[in-house]
Design a protein around this ligand. Structure first.
Ligand code: FAD
Length: 388
């Protein structure tokens, strides 16, 4: 009984992605996790089938779909037991290039990204000292002739070892010489194949999830002048486009995780008999599962609203943030119910619950922490005084 599938306009996409994911059963994802490896075969299959090029316009070889459809793809990956974290960068980084890249950049890079010859999986924003206070980043890019010279440090930059290109945020005008602190930041396309070992050093960070993420050290890295994306000094505003898309997509991934947890725990609670009856007959077991299911459904609606606004080219910062908040919270509640009602077996790797539990926990912190979303809503939607 699949009481959880929501009939919607995207049934064809859901079925096709589910069929692909069925070729990568739980054992596959478990083995990749245990080996702390990258799911190469899975990402390659998604790329070859064209799913990761969903947001690239058809004229550049993509399928020209909207963020709504892209979010359904990501949701189905997580709902199947996989983890979109290995490849979601390709989706949202694309939006920055599609919306703000020059004609030359779009013509040069998008067709090869669409065909899978090039991977655009990385975005370098976070820095060790600035943290969430992005306008305080210290990485600089200085124009020298036909090159930009980059110096500084980044942290938690994901998929660098499985990407050919990276979108990088750097300061091009010092903070004390700009009218607004969000001015004077610019974004660049860095060709990682040329940069690593020639001004860019990569130091992997071992972490709780099997998520390839790194510290980056820039020491006089030179990149061609034409790799600046859009106007110099406007990078903060451009990066927000990508971040809104990222939040909506990650909301969808959390929703996929949440449904996976609810499916898993309801199946177990029907079967597991203790004290002479299925544990799912006890309301103490039913209610936390039902509660997380209700919250997932509500998060799902906000996800569609954020995507609808994004696809219509309208502001969606508030909705993307709220969707990410609701979905990350709901998936975490579902994860807690799932591990709790599996009893000891929730901790056994072969049930996959502990792996998904770790994976979904990340989204309370990254790509934006829950507190920062609350402060956005308080300030921008409720008009409360700015706190920082
Ligand atoms: C596995 C992983 C992958 C990542 N991948 C990427 C990536 O590919 N690219 C990238 O650029 N970044 C990436 N990140 C970084 C991620 O976006 C940041 O970790 C996240 O935004 C939080 O920033 P921070 O770690 O600097 O926390 P901090 O800014 O130091 O904040 C720490 C805590 O304090 C709270 N806090 C801070 N200020 C306030 C305040 N004013 N009011 C209330 N609470 C506050 C925050 O909510 C947070 O919980 C990744 C992180 C992880 C863990």
């Amino acid at each position: 009984m699949d009481t959880l599938s929501t009939p919607d306009a995207h049934g064809d996409i859901r079925e096709a992605v589910r069929a692909l994911c069925a070729g990568f059963p739980p054992e596959y994802h478990r083995e990749v996790d245990e080996a702390r490896a990258y799911p190469e075969a899975f990402v390659e299959a998604l790329t070859k089938a064209g799913w990761l090029a969903a947001l690239i316009p058809e004229e550049y070889g993509g399928s020209g779909l909207g963020l709504t459809e892209a979010s359904v793809i990501m949701e189905e990956i997580n709902r199947s037991g996989g983890n979109s974290g290995a490849c979601h960068g390709q989706m949202y980084n694309m939006t920055t290039l599609v919306r703000h890249g020059s004609d030359w950049q779009r013509r040069t890079f998008l067709p090869e990204i669409a065909s899978g010859e090039l991977r655009l999986q990385s975005m370098g924003v976070t820095e060790p000292t600035a943290g969430t206070d992005t306008t305080k980043i210290k990485t600089t890019a200085v124009r020298r002739g036909d090159r930009w010279v980059i110096n500084g440090q980044k942290v938690w930059i994901s998929r660098v070892q499985h990407s050919d290109l990276m979108i990088l945020l750097a300061r091009t005008t010092p903070l004390d010489r700009v009218a607004k602190k969000s001015d004077g930041l610019s974004i660049f396309l860095v060709d990682l194949r040329e940069a690593i070992g020639r001004g860019l050093a990569v130091q992997p960070i071992r972490n709780m999830v099997n998520h390839e993420t790194n510290e980056l050290f820039f020491d006089d890295l030179e990149i061609p002048a034409e790799n600046l994306i859009g106007e110099e000094g406007e990078g903060f505003r451009y990066i927000l486009t990508g971040l809104n898309a990222e939040r909506a997509l990650i909301a969808a991934e959390c929703i996929g995780d949440g449904y996976w947890f609810v499916d898993k725990v309801t199946a177990y609670a029907r079967e597991r008999v203790v004290f002479g009856r299925p544990i799912g007959q006890n309301q103490g077991v039913q209610f936390p599962i039902a509660e997380s299911f209700i919250e997932l459904k509500a998060a799902d609606l906000m996800r569609y609203e954020a995507c609808r606004l994004y696809d219509a080219g309208r502001p969606c910062g508030a909705e993307a943030n709220m969707a990410k908040y609701l979905a990350a919270k709901a998936s975490w509640e579902a994860a807690n119910a799932c591990i709790q009602f599996h009893g000891g077996f929730g901790f056994a790797a072969e049930y996959d619950v502990e792996r998904k539990f770790r994976e979904t926990r990340l989204y309370q912190v990254a790509p934006i922490s829950t507190n920062l979303i609350l402060s956005y809503v308080a300030e921008h939607m409720l008009g409360l005084p700015r706190s920082f």
